[in-house]
Design a protein around this ligand. Structure first.
Ligand code: GAL
Length: 673
């Protein structure tokens, strides 16, 4: 992917969603004054403004937008201008009620929130194309324009519509994908339960059925819904490209799976000029900075390693979780700079000024209800200054140590109904393996299972139920050529149609792992098994066990109890120049660390035992040099060993030997040489 940056932005992005239409114009002067005080460099404007920009069909009011964009420009603030197509006006729905999406149960949503869109609807497409055209014609060559922000978070909150026009569109999509209805029957296995289709015209979206519907149909509908949203993005993007050449186009992703699970960001990453992401902490008691690091690594990976932009996060609490704690002092900067360490070219927020009315009035912002005599504002100003001093890092890339395989299609398939155990959650396994790698202070790239993996000494497959034969071959070649692979249970089971690979499990991975799995034997809730290692070490597993039959692999840990007692729990297979590990139960943190420790030895990935837990160390490097980010998430001062001396950019101090990182602080050293 060619590297693209916001047009005319010469500093890191710092700012947020700016909704001036919610405020009288006299507040705007105050806004830009404060933006300058905080060092704001770019704001996102117009995301939900369609009803104001086109108050009646074909009647436009661009006056207010002209004035605010000019004002921002006069103050040196770049504009990320949105197409407002995530919020069609009420007149549009009055004329086209069928553009409101329908649930699988047949309920049509009402107007009155946002993003109530059937993406197959031709009238919606025409209206979206029209407003995008008007905006591009009017602002395409405005000197303030830095980039286009198309729509808002495709896939959230409506990930699919099940209406009649979607049914027709789905049939066309199937015809293109499969050619004949026989091919659909074959792929979906419609011989089962007599679901055979005689013609494309008989096929519907997977609407509510009395019991489990056809999994192939459900999986294809996910693909179709994702592709349909992407068609609409591409339609808008092409208009913007044509009318405003040279201005990059993005749309804000939400790569954290807990926030959007319906979009295949590998595919979307190929369509945008510049990847951008929104991230919010899920405050469920887990270590939020680990989830943040994971989302940032995934975003960078979707961007092909190129710099990306954090377009939204929060200064403090959000307002849409059951409980919304404020951020602790310093936490915002750790969050913002955590994203920057992992490749973001800045840190932007939702939103600039906290709303007085509407659904998000209790969501934190850069200018809180309490104004500027507040902790949040002081921290915002401080962050602006920090980002100012980090300017040299622009364009550098985060260095990764290992790869974790990731595929949204596999995730979709895995989450279909009637699996061996509802306690197996592929997301939980991805989180757990990521956390174990994080705790070993390894930086992770995510990779598609068919991607070239040769540059990684260690590749981890946390739970990849759907794997094509090509992916299996890819992993085999990776190991044969010297790579070290770690695979967790229930991976490589089905092909792209959710059909079990022929022969014994795990069809796509039998050869590389040197084993077969005769049967899955998930455990009951709360049940545990002991597994013992050659040195007498004992670990514990839960949720899942398997009857593994080694066929070339050696047994390293063995089940000590349960139905599978005496059988292999963890195996190791030497193949060609490399090694493939397999674990057939759900290990806890201790077990994962032990397993990854052994695999890291095979991979010769050096341990970073000298770094304290929760002191995050990440490097970015490129033409302007090499930068070490150290983020201390603990309440204790820490020391981070430096292999070279350098200059700490936030304090301007020289650093050598062991870098002091005070409790809760961030340090960024530009390494000499
Ligand atoms: C995002 C959305 C913003 C705002 C924010 C609140 O998902 O794009 O418009 O709603 O959440 O956290």
């Amino acid at each position: 992917m060619p590297e693209t940056t916001p047009k005319g932005l010469t500093r890191l992005a710092f700012g947020g969603d700016y909704n001036p239409e919610q405020w009288p114009e006299n507040v705007w002067q105050d806004d830009v004054r404060l933006m300058r005080e905080a060092g704001v460099t770019m704001v996102s404007v117009g995301i939900f403004s369609w009803a104001l920009l086109e108050p009646a069909p074909g009647a436009y009011d661009f006056g207010w937008l002209d004035r605010i964009i000019d004002l921002l420009h006069e103050n040196g603030i770049r504009v990320d201008l949105a197409t407002p197509t995530a919020a069609p006006p009420v007149w549009f729905y009055r004329e086209h009620p069928e553009a409101l999406p329908v649930t699988a149960d047949g309920v049509r949503y009402e107007f009155g929130s946002r993003a109530a869109i059937c993406h197959s609807n031709a009238d919606y497409r025409a209206a979206a194309a029209n407003i995008a055209t008007r905006l591009a014609e009017r602002y395409g060559d405005h000197p303030a324009l830095a980039m286009w922000h198309v729509h808002n978070e495709y896939g959230v909150p409506v990930s699919a519509c099940y209406c009649a026009s979607c049914a027709a569109h789905f049939r066309r999509w199937l015809e293109t994908a499969y050619g004949t209805v026989e091919a659909v029957n074959e792929a979906w296995g419609t011989a089962f339960w007599g679901q055979r289709y005689a013609a494309f015209g008989d096929i519907n979206p997977p609407r509510t059925t009395p019991t489990v519907g056809n999994p192939g149909q459900a999986l294809d509908y996910r693909r179709f819904a994702d592709a349909t949203m992407r068609e609409n993005f591409v339609m808008e993007r092409d208009i913007l490209h044509r009318l405003a050449p040279g201005v990059p186009v993005t749309t804000n992703f939400m790569t954290a799976l807990s926030q959007c699970d319906s979009v295949d960001y590998w595919a979307w990453g190929r369509e945008v000029d510049l990847v951008s992401n929104d991230h919010y902490l899920i405050t469920d008691g887990r270590r939020t900075h680990v989830n943040l690091a994971m989302a940032a690594d995934l975003t960078r990976s979707v961007a092909g390693g190129a710099p990306w932009i954090l377009l939204e996060h929060s200064t403090s609490g959000v307002n849409w979780q059951p409980r919304n704690p404020a951020k602790a002092p310093g936490q915002m900067a750790r969050n913002s700079l955590g994203h920057v360490a992992r490749g973001s070219e800045g840190a932007m927020f939702f939103q600039w000024r906290q709303s007085r009315r509407g659904a998000e009035k209790f969501h934190s912002s850069m200018v809180p209800h309490g104004g500027t005599d507040t902790r949040v504002w002081r921290e915002v100003v401080e962050l602006g200054a920090s980002l100012g001093s980090l300017n040299p890092i622009r364009g550098t890339r985060t260095e990764a140590d290992v790869a974790v395989l990731w595929d949204w299609h596999s995730w979709w398939a895995q989450n279909l109904a009637w699996r061996p155990s509802e306690d197996h959650d592929p997301r939980e396994r991805a989180d757990a393996f990521y956390e174990a790698l994080y705790d070993r202070h390894l930086t992770v790239d995510f990779a598609h299972p068919e991607a070239d993996l040769s540059r990684y000494p260690l590749v981890v497959v946390p739970a990849l139920y759907l794997m094509t034969e090509a992916a299996g071959d890819n992993l085999k070649a990776y190991v044969e050529n010297g790579g070290t692979l770690v695979v967790s249970y229930f991976s490589g089971i089905v092909d792209a149609s959710d059909a079990v690979h022929e022969g014994a499990y795990p069809g796509a991975l039998r050869d590389v792992l040197g084993l077969t799995v005769e049967e899955f034997s998930p455990l009951l809730q709360g049940e545990h098994v002991r597994i013992t290692g050659p040195d007498g070490s004992e670990l514990s597993g839960d949720v899942w066990t398997e009857f593994v039959e080694p066929r070339g692999a050696e047994t390293v840990w063995t089940y000590a109890d349960g139905l599978t007692a005496g059988r292999p729990a963890v195996t190791r297979h030497r193949l060609g120049e490399g090694t493939a590990w397999y674990v057939s139960t759900r290990l806890g943190a201790e077990g994962l660390d032990a397993l990854l420790g052994r695999a890291a030895e095979d991979a010769r990935v050096a341990p970073r035992a000298d770094l304290p837990r929760d002191v995050e160390v990440v490097r970015r490097s490129g033409d302007t040099g090499s930068y070490l980010f150290a983020i201390n998430h603990t309440a204790t001062d820490a020391k981070v060993p430096l292999d070279r001396s350098g200059t700490e950019l936030l304090t301007g101090e020289r650093a050598a030997g062991r870098l002091a990182v005070p409790a809760g602080a961030v340090r960024v050293v530009r390494l000499d040489g």
